[in-house]
Ligand binder design. Structure first.
Ligand SMILES: Cc1cc2nc3c(=O)[nH]c(=O)nc-3n(C[C@H](O)[C@H](O)[C@H](O)COP(=O)(O)O)c2cc1C
Length: 648
């Protein structure tokens, strides 16, 4: 068969293991972790999904090798714990039976252990272990590991590696990057030892090499061992790419794949997990540089989701393997779609960080664009309905589109009505913001999937009670979304005001001096964009903080961009919009004019309650989803749409 992406789709053999293509699934923490560290069934289903989706290897994340010195809540593998080996075996098998190679990441958080503890107050009463004595920025004491402790940890890597092999894992990833223990030893930023583990690079590599030898002793010569490292640490105190090359050369004799990621979790989160404000593949240059200096296969990672770019990386020899994390949450079938020349069906990751934020907030996992994530064990098959029904969906925003797509896959007759001339709903406004273009494109992808599944689209069609009566569907899904909130503030109806949702249509009206009125997520993102365009931007917010509606991972990155591009006025209440700007009252009751000749109104959304109420009684099965139900996130709209269709 002629493959559209031949390099990406081609197998690679490492030692005696053949991987079916070049697309590997990066370690992503499962969330179903029993109190004794066993891998829970929901986590197993989480990893299995990516194996079914065609990834060549699926990495089960962060198994802590030495719980005694590593307090993070993560998987453990310990034969003295009932079920520990069994759970790991079920997980390895769940991956292997779909043709993917099961890999397990072995890790130790070192001085950053306990970072994820839900009860942060406990951090005050503990200390952690790292290469050197120090105090973490959050006040936690760190003590230097003794030689005896180092030996014990090294031995535990080997011991756990042996157990992993016994459980059926066919590859191991040793986590030497992102600021965790091995990285801490490699880094001059963390490692201030004066013994044989500190000082020059050779000494700083000693711990990593001892770990790798210990693992090799247990798993034997033909078992692929992969070393995950940061190509460079990306901060002045950290190691450089030049050092990264030397590290790669030093560990090369002990490994089968050198996996080049970037930076540290603690200092460069938005590069280690490249954010929407960075280009796709922003870290590929590190792998490409290291590859020039080693013979061992090299893997790259970071914000990759475009098959054409992935193909180019492999074809041009920048790397031999591409890893993806979030892209395979967004579309667990991405590798399969690539290999089967169905790349137009790929649902792209938005890099919105819902996945990581949900873990921090609720210890579960969700993905904005893929409602299977976090619910994998509830079944990922959309099964045919026992009886074909007529389904009418009102509104082609993300929730409506996903509902229609799902209902059609279940064999129903589905009509999707949209009052405007194209799909997308609120997503349409994202087209003007380059860093959110993928969010805009999401509607096109969902629409294509829905169309292929047999949905009939009717644009420029408003669903009224009469319309429903005429169509007489069994099910009506109301996904009519929300409208912008425009409070009765004098001047807000003026010629110089652009509603943020309409910015994409009225871009040309916007002058070089802008006040963005409203510092929620939409206002902040628009302010950043306008700043990037070179405009002078003032951002006015009534509350004392910006974007409280942004998730905990995206928000700090957003605020860092705001700092670059806008002048912020929090606790400013807008009283009146004039031709010169927004007249505000500050927290001391003083009147201040925030200057700008264009005002962007970004004061929030409210549901289309009137429409919803008029339609509630028009069909046997009625479900209200997304913003029409409660102004909320795209994630909720998609999850609710999916389940509304499953319930028919
Ligand atoms: C939800 C989530 C969980 C992650 N958990 C881990 C982990 O347990 N171990 C690890 O080494 N990296 C972890 N990472 C980092 C990824 O492996 C990857 O390096 C990073 O997300 C960048 O790749 P991407 O842009 O393709 O997502 C995680 C990333 C995400 C998004």
């Amino acid at each position: 068969m002629e493959r559209k992406y031949p390099h990406l789709s081609s197998p690679i053999t490492i030692g005696r293991t053949t991987f079916r293509n070049r697309m590997f699934s990066a370690p992503m923490g499962g969330t179903d972790i029993a109190n004794d560290g066993c891998i829970g069934p929901k986590s197993t289903a989480f990893y299995e999904l990516r194996a079914r989706g065609g990834a060549a290897a699926v990495t089960v994340s962060e198994l802590m090798v030495h719980p005694a010195t590593d307090g993070s809540h993560a998987y453990h593998l310990d034969e003295s714990i009932l079920n520990s080996l069994a759970c790991a075996t079920y997980t390895a098998d769940a991956i292997r039976r779909h043709g993917a190679i099961p890999s397990l990441e072995l890790s130790h958080s070192g001085m950053y252990a306990g970072t994820y503890m839900t009860d942060k107050t406990k951090q005050k009463s503990m200390h952690q272990w790292g290469p050197s004595d120090t105090v973490r920025p959050d006040g936690v004491q760190v003590k230097a590991l003794t030689k005896e402790m180092i030996d014990e940890i090294v031995a535990s890597y080997g011991h756990v590696a042996g157990l992993a092999k016994r459980a059926g894992f066919e590859m191991l990833m040793i986590h030497g990057g992102h600021g965790w223990l091995i990285n801490q030893f490699l880094s001059p930023m963390f490692n201030h030892r004066t013994d044989e583990y500190g000082g020059n690079l050779e000494n700083r590599c000693r711990f990593a090499i001892e770990v790798l030898k210990s693992v090799r002793d247990e798993v034997g010569p033909f078992f692929p061992i992969e070393f995950r490292m940061s190509g460079e640490e990306l901060v002045p105190e950290g190691y450089t790419l030049e050092d990264g090359v030397e590290i790669a050369k030093m560990i090369e004799p002990y490994v089968d794949i050198i996996h080049v990621s970037a930076g540290t979790y603690q200092r460069t989160f938005g590069r280690t997990h490249p954010s929407m404000f960075t280009p796709h593949g922003v870290n590929v240059y590190m792998a490409a540089e290291i590859k020039k200096h080693v013979k061992t296969p090299v893997a790259t990672i970071g914000g990759l989701n475009d098959p054409a770019q992935l193909e180019e990386i492999i074809a041009s020899g920048k790397a031999d393997i591409v890893y993806m994390g979030r892209a395979l949450l967004a579309d667990n079938e991405l590798p399969r779609k690539v290999v089967e020349n169905r790349d137009d069906e790929i649902v792209r990751c938005l890099r919105c960080f819902t996945c990581m934020a949900e873990r921090a907030a609720t210890s579960t996992r969700r993905c904005t664009v893929n409602p299977l994530i976090g619910r994998e064990s509830e079944g990922s098959e959309v099964s045919k309905a026992a009886e074909k029904k007529k389904v009418l969906v009102a509104g082609a925003g993300p929730g409506g589109l996903y509902a229609a797509y799902t209902a059609a896959r279940r064999g129903h007759e589905v009509i999707l009505c949209e009052k405007e001339s194209e799909p997308g709903g609120i997503l349409k406004s994202e087209q003007a913001l380059p860093f959110k273009h993928e969010m805009y494109e999401l509607a096109g992808t969902y629409a294509l999937l829905a169309q292929k599944a047999g949905v009939e689209f009717r644009y420029n069609t408003v669903v009224t009670p009469e319309y429903v009566e005429k169509e007489a569907p069994y099910a009506l899904i109301i996904a009519t979304g929300s409208r912008p909130l425009v409070p009765p503030i004098p001047g807000l109806d003026g010629e110089n005001v652009v509603i943020v949702n309409n910015y994409y249509k009225e871009k040309d009206k916007v002058t070089d001096d802008v006040v963005v009125f409203g510092g929620g997520l939409a206002g902040c993102e628009c302010a950043i964009h306008l700043g990037m365009e070179g405009k002078k931007v003032h951002l006015v917010e009534m509350r004392d903080r910006l974007a409280p509606d942004a998730n905990v991972r995206h928000r700090p990155l957003l605020l860092a961009e705001i700092e670059k591009y806008a002048t912020v006025h929090t606790e400013y209440r807008g009283l009146e919009v004039t031709k010169e700007g927004v007249l505000c009252e500050d927290k001391n009751g003083q009147k201040v004019l925030v200057p700008g000749t264009t005002v962007i109104c970004a004061l929030g959304q409210r549901p289309t309650t009137d429409t919803v109420e008029s339609l509630m009684d028009t069909a046997p099965y009625v479900r209200v989803i997304g913003d029409a139900s409660r102004v909320s996130t795209i994630t909720n709209a998609v999850y609710w749409g999916y389940h509304a269709a499953l319930d028919i």
